[in-house]
Design a protein around this ligand. Sequence first.
Ligand SMILES: C[S@@+](CC[C@H](N)C(=O)[O-])C[C@H]1O[C@@H](n2cnc3c(N)ncnc32)[C@H](O)[C@@H]1O
Length: 312
Amino acid sequence: LIRKLPNDLRSYTQDYFEANEHSLKQTYPGLSLYRLFQFLEEYGINRHLVMDSFYDQVFYQGEHNPLYEFFLKLDEGIPLEYITGHAFFYKSEFKVTLDVLIPRSETEVLVERAAQWIADKQKARPLARLSVCDVGVGSGAILLSLMRESQAPLDTVGVDICPRALEIAKQNAYLLRFTRHQLSSLELVQADRLNGLKQTFDLIVSNPPYIPMSDGLVDAHSQVLKYEPMKALCIDDDKYNDWFLTFFAQAFRLLKSDGAFMMEGYELRLPSLKSLLHDQGFDNCEILKDLTGRDRFLIATKKRETNGSASH
Ligand SMILES: C[S@@+](CC[C@H](N)C(=O)[O-])C[C@H]1O[C@@H](n2cnc3c(N)ncnc32)[C@H](O)[C@@H]1O
């Protein structure tokens, strides 16, 4: 049933915001009317809705009106990035669907650190082509940002266990094709961690699933765990250490000597993961903080080879 209201889209949005301000701000911290208009416009543009008369059209509430759907999705509390289909991360805009995690601002610190490592290496060895692998590539947020930052061509591999996530990474790689060095290469591979990969890498980065399932379930009512892919975020408690042990052993094996490993992780588990990394043979294992001052990242290096073998 379509109930026509003597309302234009602008007034409807204002009325909607005023009527629901409290609950909207709980679900979407920091949301203002101005931001809501911006999200609405982005949503409209992505659905090729006519923009000239966007705000002047008579607004009706009915499921056939895609603009009304926007408000229904807000009522449901679906994350805004999933509603609009886009998320901003580092210096780029990424397509996101329910198959990928919405890239988080804290991960930008990892990108910054990795980009600096790449720049330093390129400065020290201007003729070398560096190879970079992102494990759990998701939307491609980390890897495509690193490719964008690099002045020289990079050979990159993005791995994900989820084929639908790889499809989104592929689409983002296409949409951002002009942001990277034209001689850079990108391969997207479906695999469990680094299983079956043969190449070796100068840098392995990862924002793997890292919330222990039991901690995740405590928070099960949050928007995050309601809408975001559980497999992208959580690992069973009883498999936690083994999962990372295998991952670190694979990473150590595929890392070139003098290479680096950098990952995002769960604050409470970072100290034990740091020991695991060390046990696998990594050097300079360090826990780094995010911009809020919380422990968030693990970084390590593989020793430069001496006398033909990497020391363990
Ligand atoms: C936390 S998300 C990170 C996504 C993206 N890199 C980012 O930072 O926004 C973790 C990603 O790892 C993938 N993943 C989960 N288990 C995996 C596994 N065993 N091997 C490879 N990828 C995995 C998920 O599908 C998901 O895309």
